[in-house]
Ligand binder design. Sequence first.
Ligand SMILES: [Zn+2]
Length: 123
Amino acid sequence: MRRGRRQKWMIKIGEERINILFQLAEEELSHNPERSHRYVQMARNIAQKYNLKINPQWNRRYCKNCHKFLRPGFNSRIRLSNSSIIINCLECGELRRISYIKEKKERRSKKIEFHTLKEGTDE
Ligand SMILES: [Zn+2]
């Protein structure tokens, strides 16, 4: 057996918790930013612990440098250039570039992953 083998239910619970934490972060941001940033930290801890990928939907909602939750127009600015999205974190000034092409690829592999996962269970 491979070291650190992950059970399917663990992955599922981990991903669910990450999603919930990001949703809470979104809700708390305007009236309790510190708590909101703490939720991001918790979500990242879970992702690290179970070696999970954070949903692309949330991936661009936090700063990779200061790890704070970002909301466009609140504490981040999003600009579009030729083939990429540039996210400017107003908390620490970090600029992050995400290319459209890369994101499309990620989404496709996620789809395949989900498909195989579904086939593997009898739910
Ligand atoms: Zn930042």
